[in-house]
Design a protein around this ligand. Structure first.
Ligand code: SF4
Length: 302
């Protein structure tokens, strides 16, 4: 629980604050950039929320924080929505995509995502991309949305509480064999670098580099869940492949970026970093610029 006595001086005056226990994971400012922002070493409240909708967003950022570093007064805490997560990101003909919130310290606050969709017989066939922190409250909400059939793990760092989620919903887990020791109980393995079409609307693309077993998941030919392989940066804007946080093989990671040039991604939903939408045809131009920066710059970041 956040402690007012540990409130960072950089916070804007008002009831919401970030305290010294912040691990700088980015969850709050990715979800609610209208009120939270990075300082370089931590996050902080740069603008206090005003009005019901803004307070709701700040309370959900508080709930999503993996280390309870965000605090506010008791009267506002009592207003925390029970139905905030999963939070709808987009609706497509093939299904809906939701952000799960409830980030986990075990995955350094990585984002996890829920695809809700139906089989031809109308039964739910939902897919969880990476694992949120275990929460009975979140599980009740997901159950009401049809549960989880499969959990696709993007790489070894973002497996968090996969055991609890798999047990709760009887979901089958997939992870690449090169990262499988991080989730040894997973029922299925991705292998090699060949793309694997799990369903008509679900394509798994191995993207080794950040770790040996990274995979990206393409939903409905337009939504790319990229794990820690790529994300959107804002200063300057662009798709980021980071040498600084490449834990395995940077040259291999760049080859994996090249292998995504043929896609026409409309939404990039990463494990860390900002989400972003793209106009038709924009993805390839952005990715080519990413590759140029990555080969020229010392860190690979814009
Ligand atoms: S979500 Fe919590 S730990 Fe992460 S940056 Fe925000 S305040 Fe810090």
């Amino acid at each position: 629980m956040a402690r007012a006595a540990e409130r960072l001086a950089v916070n804007a005056d008002g009831p919401f604050y970030v305290d010294r226990s912040c691990i700088d994971c980015g969850t709050c400012w990715q979800f609610d950039p209208a009120h939270f922002a990075p300082t370089g070493r931590t996050s902080h409240v740069w603008a206090q929320p005003a009005g019901e909708e803004e307070v709701r967003a700040a309370l959900l950022a508080l709930q999503a924080c993996p280390v309870a570093a965000i605090g506010t007064i008791r009267e506002l805490l009592a207003l925390t929505p029970a139905d905030g997560f999963p939070s709808l990101v987009m609706s497509l003909a093939q299904g809906e995509v939701h952000y799960c919130g409830w980030a986990s310290r075990k995955s350094f606050g990585a984002s996890s995502w829920l695809i809700t969709r139906r089989r031809s017989d109308g039964s739910p066939d939902n897919v969880l991309i990476d694992s949120p922190r275990w929460s009975a409250e979140l599980a009740r909400r997901i159950e009401a949305m049809g549960g989880v059939s499969r959990i696709l793990l993007s790489h070894r760092d973002d497996v968090a509480d996969h055991q609890a989620w798999a047990r709760r919903f009887g979901a089958e887990r997939w992870i690449h064999s090169a990262d499988a020791d991080a989730a040894a109980e997973a029922e299925h393995r991705f292998e090699g670098t060949e793309r694997l079409r799990l369903d008509d609307d679900l394509l798994v693309i191995p993207v080794p580099g950040h770790t040996a077993g990274c995979v990206a998941v393409l939903f409905a030919d337009q939504v790319l869940f990229s794990g820690d392989h790529l994300w959107w940066g804002v200063d300057p804007p662009g798709v980021v492949a980071s040498r600084r946080v490449c834990w395995w093989n940077w040259e291999e990671q760049l080859r994996s970026v090249e292998r995504l040039l043929d896609l026409d991604v409309r939404w990039l939903l990463p494990g860390h970093g900002r989400w972003h939408s793209f106009a038709p045809g924009e993805w390839r131009r952005e990715l080519e610029a990413t590759l140029t920066r990555a080969r020229e710059g010392p860190s690979g970041e814009p």
